[in-house]
Design a protein around this ligand. Sequence first.
Ligand SMILES: [Zn+2]
Length: 204
Amino acid sequence: MKKYLLSSFEEGPTKLFVGGLHGKEGLYTAPILVRLAKEELYSGEAIIVPSIVEDSKYIDILSEEYYRSKEGIDLIRLIEKYKPSFYFELHAYGKQSYSRLTDPEREKRIGVPPFVDLGEGILIGSIAPILRSEFSENDFCMTIEVPNWKSDKVREEILQILRLALSKEKREDVMSELRMRYPTQIKKAEELFRQYYRNRLKPF
Ligand SMILES: [Zn+2]
């Protein structure tokens, strides 16, 4: 597992960016996160793991089984070691999974809210509830799903979002910038988050 550590002189939050959590999605997340690791503008400390696993059996991260697999254990260890207050998880999906991931009935079906499309198939949402319990209330945790059939332009847009998270010191600054760029989509994503966590947590 390749890991990049970025550390600025100024104090700031610890941020963990991970990709490639299962299956072969690392093929799509790693190039984006490797580019993020080359960024020079950041605050605090960042740990960037382009791909937790290169090629593994696909185990759903919503399942408990995942956290017993090698990749799941590696992920938990990273979180325990660095105790990040910003946590960004990058996945990749194929065209055929779009309707399943964005299904308005997803919560009824599998117990978690649907992802919201920022446009161009870039999906955002909360992280797996099992994993969210590893973090504290004030931590900032988000999942981004990369559409694996899209062009470089879309990957560039995802990189822009990650750069925002890397450079800002406060979660509220990241969120307000995202609200400006994607007003209706972020409103929807925040609404879904609040409904799901019944206002016990602040999105995200
Ligand atoms: Zn995934």
